[in-house]
Design a protein around this ligand. Sequence first.
Ligand code: NAP
Length: 223
Amino acid sequence: MNRIGIMGGTFNPIHIGHLLLAEWVLDALQLKEIWFIPTGNPYKKRASELVSGDERYHMTTLAIQNNSHFKCLDMEIRREGYTYSYETLELLKEKYPENDYFFITGADCLFSIDSWKYPERIFQCCTLVAAVRDQVSIKEMEKQKLRLEQKFSLDCQKIVLFPFIQLPVSSTEIRQRISKGQSVKYLIPENVLSYIKEKGFYSEVSFEKTAESNEKSTGCQAV
Ligand code: NAP
């Protein structure tokens, strides 16, 4: 079986936290590749701050272009309607049954996954790898892992708590800094930063334009 990491994310925009987490999991769990999958229309995100799927996909491909173990898939951005992780993982399982999947997430997901759509189907398709960071204690994460294992009758290897470092970077912070004209150098790859500047993403003006076009293409109102 090929051991494949799945790094799903809104990637609005992708940053060093995502890249480093993927690289360290690849190395530690001896995975063959990591597949980055930018979300299509994530139902919990503010449409007004969301750059289009095509553009987030493009930024992600730029960010990973020098790593031969990293790939970017457009399957979620091509899907109509809201995208759910269980659907993506089931599609991958069906298309490439020879692969063993490791769904890589930060700490937060461990505490929210049971409110996602069909979490039991997610666990049927993959091992969940949750990064342990300083802001959530390992004790709390272990407790939650046990709770999920009991709730979904999981083998204790289905959830891996992955020790990671505290990298205080988030896409929200990056967008805020850009909108205030502050530097985000070194937080995101140089080529992604050039692309953001070229396109004028995350400035106040572009938020307004994005909200308008998201409304037209999805029929969803910005919230
Ligand atoms: P995101 O904000 O772009 O982040 C992607 C991942 O990177 C998250 O797991 C996040 O963990 C982690 N991360 C961000 N900053 C980090 C840092 N500094 N250090 C280490 N890790 C960091 O994407 P997202 O919106 O959370 O979505 C993640 C995945 O969950 C996507 O595949 C999405 O489709 C899926 N999801 C599915 C459902 C559903 O199926 N119903 C619902 C929600 C999300 P943290 O969240 O801990 O920051």
